[in-house]
Design a protein. Structure first.
Lengths: 336, 617
């Protein structure tokens, strides 16, 4: 974990000198402002923070953060960040990605980073569309989505990103919304405190190619009926209905009456968080936001570092002496 | 073991091939014989040849695994063209290797395996031991299996374990025949089976029985001696290319004082480098077995970005997958070493066979104008120095470097004169620690005027926070730029900085001076080309040899060298990839000579081709 020290940084310190080039009205602006506003809370010097991204609209993010940053290639940010994090435990490494970047071309790296529990904070901006390539359907678009590449409607079913992350053994899984700055920052806070991989899905509006995708859970007129706010230790309810675990069922159900279950993100069995993740389908009918799962498991970085440190501790001699020993190991012979 | 009273003949060189089923332990047998031979001070060169299948059906031709060792009382360059001795553990091993034997060769066969069933498996209607099909060879039938089982009868070993020790019987016999010192093999057996004292005893007894068999029976009347070779003084060990390459990377880490980060995905024939490096964590080596080839290079690049020596090791199919990330590394101008242990392609091809057909991919196989440095080792032990050179270029010039090894050097072995650590190049780098403009700004793409390298400012350095990426960067500032003139400048600069990497001039070997034909090679063909040239010169023909280690950039004097000959011949284990580069770059009518059989050139093949060129133009 990056060292925490008392610093007098403000959001302004995290703004780079680069002109932000997202479309006017893009949800990415709100996320950027929320992240820049949250960063001072971390108490980590700017130089020890790195943002690594892939390709897509969201992946321009590092250019706008006055930290270290790498805008890499499509889908590979988790792999690159893994090498960085595993070799530099003093850094706080953040991955910014999108639904196409993380779940389509980079799906393999995402699941393996989560499985290994690399000490990365992964922010997935999910707008359920390809924006930078101008409007093709994405792996989170609803079945039958009509786009430029699917005039007759898409034929493939979407991923539920949280279910996928949980299936990949993620130790921290959360969801938040671009427009709810307070909630977004509370989730970032929890993610930053988590040791190991933290996976945060951020619903983000693409006002050009998929405008209003999350209106159901954003608009004041409808959100109370559809948005479930998960809070640790609190009963889970939505619009006067309860989220219950019906006897004999494997999952959770929204219904009138019954005993609402009390949220506990620290439940070790991922089945609980998975059941929560299944409450929301493509139609966002009942969509939980907040921290679904937050459990502790040794991170890949910790294990790898320990192996190297143990080997170094047990070794004797200078590196040059050890190298000399290594070269001369085995059956040698000398010619005079 | 008592001294022999048999006739002793002196030889200057011998080539032995141990051949058997994949499960017969032929690689181990060959390895031990090599080690014994090294102890004696002969020069050595070895060539393992095995199928990709871990255990192909027993007794079949595809399941044959062999190990060839060439040793001599003078310096040799190849594992030998044709074996003088074949040890055939079954009919398949005999049939698969017979065509390579010259008349008069010794064949030691394990008669126990020449059953009707085993003969039928490989299409022998009649046992070749019983007709006269082997008349031109000196056949030594030995009941290797039953003799081994008999020798171990008193040890209370399970029959299966006893039978498995037959490779040690054959090693004992060959060690006797060629007067090899055997102490290192006995020590090896104690180490290998440390947890099974019964197997230590069994294998030692089998070895002893093989030795005694040679000494006491009449089947073998002659014992041979090969005097030590005159080699440079110093301490040696026998080493394969993959081992040497691994040690070179560790040495590079020590000499650069950087942590080494290896990202790798298992692939034949490169996996042994991952295995070897994973043992050396005490040097600050981190090895990551990634989820795929792309993640392997990505993680290595991420580690480089963080200030480590990032390395990824693979074979051709893996390089194809890594291509996009290598281009990113070129755009980011970060150090990265990519090791390609080439194998026969395309696609899965022949994973355990050799080829040099990835040269085009290494030089040109990326999108956009994406130049990088390419170097190739010429022999197993040279992999050590080539790895250090690759790291040196990567670190000094902040560029990806492709190291083109191949299966032939990777798995072949030879004696290695151990270098002293303090003679190895100093690879220390300076990270950027402060702003680099007079007005206190940090420009991530402001270049060092000498190396044209940009500053390596690693995360964690206060005041140098900056962003880099795959989008085109403005000169000096590194900001995103779509300016046409800037792109033109940056593309040309990326090429120019690779072209400007200083590499040693190409040396030409032409002892008699006055050769009109130059044979130009690169990588692992050094040995067979050298042996062919030597043979021609011994017959009074003049030929010049030059061998490229640096393929990008090419040595500055190459054009001049090429222009000095009437004819330039380029033998390659591909369809003429270097020859095409030479023709295009220097307008020289280079003559390609190509072999893509999955096997290295024999010296004889090259000798006869070159003789024709020298004599007939």
């Amino acid at each position: 974990m990056a060292e925490t020290v008392a610093l007098k940084l403000t959001a302004k310190d995290f703004k780079s000198d680069q002109e932000v080039r997202w479309c006017p009205g893009c949800g990415d602006y709100a996320i950027l402002a929320a992240v820049q506003g949250f960063m001072p809370e971390l108490g980590i010097p700017r130089e020890n923070i790195v943002f690594v991204s892939g390709i897509g609209c969201s992946s321009r993010f590092p250019y706008y953060m006055n930290t270290y940053g790498m805008h890499s290639i499509h889908g590979r940010a988790p792999a690159i960040a893994t090498g960085l994090s595993a070799s530099r435990p003093d850094l706080s490494v953040w991955v910014v990605t999108g639904d196409g970047d993380a779940l389509s071309i980079g799906g393999n790296h995402l699941i393996h980073a989560l499985r290994r529990n690399v000490n990365l904070k992964i922010l997935l901006f999910n707008n359920r569309i390809y924006g930078l390539t101008k409007g093709q359907y994405s792996p989170t678009s609803e079945l039958g989505k009509i786009t430029k590449s699917t005039p007759a409607g898409s034929a493939d079913s979407p991923f539920n990103p949280l279910s996928l992350a949980l299936g990949a053994e993620a130790t921290f899984v959360a969801r938040t919304i671009d427009s709810d700055r307070k909630h977004l920052q509370s989730v970032l806070r929890a993610a930053a405190e988590h040791e190991g991989s933290a996976f945060v899905e951020i619903y983000q509006n693409c006002n050009i190619f998929n405008d209003g995708a999350f209106d159901l859970i954003k608009d004041a007129s409808s959100r109370d009926e559809h948005l479930i706010r998960l809070e640790q230790g609190q009963p889970i309810t939505v619009g006067g209905l309860n989220v219950v675990h019906p006897e004999g069922s494997f999952g959770l159900k929204v219904q009138e009456g019954g005993t609402p279950i009390v949220h506990d993100a620290t439940v070790d069995d991922p089945a609980y968080a998975f059941a929560l993740s299944r409450l929301s389908g493509s139609d966002l009918g009942t969509t939980p936001i907040g921290v679904f799962r937050d459990v502790r498991r040794p991170s890949y970085d910790e294990i790898v570092r320990k192996q190297v440190l143990d080997a170094k501790t047990q070794a004797t001699g200078t590196p040059e002496e050890m190298l000399d020993g290594l070269l001369n190991a085995g059956d040698t012979w000398t010619i005079l | 073991m008592p001294a022999t009273e048999k006739r002793v003949e002196q030889l200057d060189r011998v080539v032995i091939r141990f051949a058997g089923d994949s499960g017969d332990g032929m690689q181990l047998t060959g390895d031990r014989f090599t080690s014994e031979t090294a102890q004696l001070g002969n020069d050595i060169s070895t060539l393992p040849n095995f199928p990709a299948e871990i255990r192909a059906p027993a007794g079949t031709l595809p399941g044959v695994s062999s190990f060839q060792v060439h040793f001599a009382d003078y310096d040799i360059l190849t594992p030998g063209d044709a074996p003088n001795v074949l040890v055939a553990m079954n009919p398949a091993a005999l049939k698969a290797n017979l065509a390579d034997l010259p008349a008069g060769a010794d064949i030691i066969v394990n008669t126990d395996e020449f059953t009707r069933r085993n003969l039928a498996k490989v299409g022998y209607a009649v046992s070749p031991l019983e007709d006269d099909s082997l008349a031109e060879f000196a056949v030594h039938p030995v009941a290797l299996t039953s003799l081994t089982v008999g020798a171990l009868a008193d040890l209370g070993i399970a029959k299966k374990d006893a039978e498995r020790a037959k490779n040690m019987f054959s090693l004992g016999l060959l060690s006797w025949m060629y007067s090899r010192p055997f102490e290192s093999t006995l020590r090896f057996l104690e180490r290998k089976f440390a947890k099974r004292p019964d197997l230590v005893a069994a294998n030692k007894a089998a070895f002893q029985a093989g030795w005694n068999y040679g000494e006491t029976t009449e089947a073998f009347s002659v014992r041979y001696e090969i005097k030590p070779a005159k080699m440079r003084s110093g301490t040696y060990r026998n080493i394969t290319g993959n081992q040497a390459l691994s040690l070179g990377l560790v040495a590079a880490a020590v000499r650069s004082k950087l942590p080494l980060f290896l990202g790798a995905y298992p692939i034949t024939p490169a996996s042994d480098i991952l295995h070897e490096l994973s043992k050396h964590k005490r040097f600050g080596v981190t090895t990551m077995q990634a989820e795929d080839e792309i993640a392997a290079v990505g993680a290595a690049l991420g580690a480089s970005y963080g200030g480590a020596l990032g390395v990824t090791t693979t074979s051709g199919p893996g390089v194809a997958l890594k291509s996009e990330t290598i281009s990113l590394a070129i755009a980011l101008e970060l150090p990265l070493v990519i090791v390609d242990v080439q194998r026969a392609g395309p696609s899965t091809g022949m994973p355990t066979k050799t080829e040099q057909a990835d040269l085009n991919m290494a030089l040109f196989g990326r999108h956009g104008e994406a130049p990088l440095a390419v170097i190739a080792p010429k022999s197993p032990s040279d992999c050590f120095h080539a790895a250090i050179e690759a790291a040196r270029i990567a670190l000094t010039y902040r560029t990806p470097v492709i190291l083109l090894s191949d299966n032939y050097v990777a798995n072949g072995s030879e004696p290695w004169l151990l270098p002293s650590v303090d003679e190895l190049p100093d690879l220390q780098v300076e990270f950027a620690t402060a702003p680099n403009t007079s007005d206190g700004r940090f420009l991530p793409y402001l270049r060092d005027p000498e190396t044209m390298a940009r500053p390596w400012a690693v995360p964690g350095t206060p005041g140098l926070e900056h962003r880099i990426g795959g989008l085109e960067k403005a000169d000096k500032t590194g900001d995103i730029s779509y300016d046409p003139a800037n792109h033109e400048f940056m593309v040309r600069t990326r090429q120019a900085r690779i072209d400007a990497i200083p590499v040693p001039d190409l040396d030409v070997e032409d002892p008699a001076e006055g050769a009109r034909v130059l044979v130009l090679g690169w990588g692992s063909t050094y040995g067979p080309i050298g042996a062919a040239c030597r043979a021609l010169r011994q017959r009074g023909l003049n030929i010049a040899q030059a061998h490229l280690r640096h393929l990008s950039p090419l040595p500055a004097n190459l054009g001049e060298v090429l222009a000095g000959y009437d004819k330039v011949v380029v033998p390659e284990m591909n369809l003429g990839q270097l020859a095409s580069v030479i023709r295009a770059r220097y307008l020289i009518d280079a003559v390609p000579f190509n072999q893509v059989s999955g096997l290295p050139f024999t010296a004889a093949t090259l000798e006869s081709m070159l003789e024709d060129v020298v004599k007939n133009g």
